[in-house]
Design a protein around this ligand. Structure first.
Ligand code: SF4
Ligand code: SF4
Length: 361
């Protein structure tokens, strides 16, 4: 059973509170001064406002007092057109969101110019399947994963496991994970409004009388599911979700196994129902919970989920789920987000059993 250290929201921002939270991890495991330490973040899609903030990331790094100054921020490119699809555009967006020197360590894209730099990792006992991890993740001497814990279109919620699994995957790895999620249109529900097509970043939807999805162009991002006002976009979740979550857990295991993860930190704040890949931001499901840290990504996400479940809904929450109810499940009843943690646990990535250690002052 792993410790998950917890700084409640009420103590955040107080002098020395982050130092106290991260005291057990000071030094990040005896790094040499010449070691290269990557800090995996998600700097946010253009137009998103709920993403991690530069000050939050630098506060974590300062409190860790790593034994090296060779520190950089990193993330991978994505599958859909926009400002995160190739390295030069991504650097410009990261800088626009404040992730650039001198305010933060430099930002480096982990999977190369176009997302093809990768390491193919065999998955033991998985019928010869492999995972595709960004090559930089496998090269660094230490990896700190800082995640913003919030809802997600396909995974139910996203925290450390998703940041490892999807966030450290190359483009091929992301495609493998999404390939099981190909939505279809229910014609009798479709009004032909075109909202889905307007938001499909892969240009995979055409609309005449009703919408039609070109499965070859579809990247399986899931955005049309969320955008359709009539519920006409459908996915066979029982079959597809299991496959998606399995690939996600496999890629998380692979990223951790080829790298040297030294710490996972979840900011359980601005807990919106959608991920930071979305250009807009909904009201939060619950008020800020706090910041959690552990060396076990599964325990960390389970503790984060339990705290969000235990919290009452925020004043303007988009769901009515009360204290003790799973807010992410209430927002997306078809998606069992905790499945990712059960699968990750079964692969040996971590344990859902944890001990919550609250910062004492
Ligand atoms: S899941 Fe929907 S929005 Fe995403 S690429 Fe496929 S058709 Fe487009
Ligand atoms: S958003 Fe829904 S109703 Fe509108 S065109 Fe797309 S599938 Fe049809």
């Amino acid at each position: 059973m792993e410790n998950v250290h917890f700084l409640p929201a009420g103590k955040m921002g107080k002098s020395g509170s982050m130092d106290k939270l991260l005291e057990p991890f000071t030094g990040c495991g005896n790094l040499d001064p010449t070691d290269l330490m990557a800090v995996k973040i998600h700097p946010g899609e253009e137009g998103n406002s709920s993403h991690l903030k530069p000050g939050e990331v630098t506060e974590v790094i300062s409190a860790l007092h790593p034994g090296t100054s060779r520190i950089f921020l990193t993330d991978t490119t994505v599958l859909y057109p926009g400002k995160r699809m190739n390295a030069p555009d991504y650097l410009v967006l990261a800088a626009k969101h404040g992730f650039t020197p001198p305010d933060t360590p430099p930002f480096v894209v982990a999977d190369g110019l176009r997302g093809y730099d990768e390491l193919e990792v065999p998955l033991p006992g998985r019928d010869g399947r492999t995972a595709h991890v960004a090559s930089l993740i496998a090269e660094v001497d230490a990896l700190v994963v800082i995640s913003h814990f919030k809802g997600h279109l396909l995974a139910g919620f996203g925290g450390a496991v998703k940041n490892l699994g999807m966030g450290c995957a190359s483009k091929a790895g992301k495609l493998i994970q999404h390939s099981s999620v190909k939505p279809v249109i229910s014609e009798n529900r479709c009004t032909g409004c075109g909202i889905c097509a307007a938001h499909c970043r892969a240009d995979a939807i055409s609309v005449r009388k009703t919408a039609r999805i070109d499965a070859d162009s579809c990247t399986g991002c899931g955005e049309c599911l969320d955008r359709c006002p009539t519920g006409a976009v459908r996915v066979s979740w029982n079959r597809n979700m299991n496959a998606f979550m399995t690939r996600l857990a496999e890629h998380a295991w692979a990223a951790a196994s080829v790298s040297r993860p030294v710490l996972f930190v979840n900011f359980v704040t601005r807990i919106v129902p959608n991920c930071d890949c979305m250009a807009d931001t909904d009201p939060p499901l619950v008020d800020d919970v706090g910041i959690l840290a552990s060396i076990d990504p599964v325990a960390l996400d389970k503790a984060s989920l339990d705290l969000v479940t235990a919290a009452p809904p925020s004043g303007n929450s988009p769901v009515r789920a009360g204290a003790g109810e799973d807010k992410f499940r209430a927002f997306r009843p078809d998606i069992d987000g905790e499945l990712q943690l059960r699968l990750a646990e079964s692969m040996g990535l971590g344990s859902r059993n944890y001990r919550l250690a609250e910062v004492s002052h």
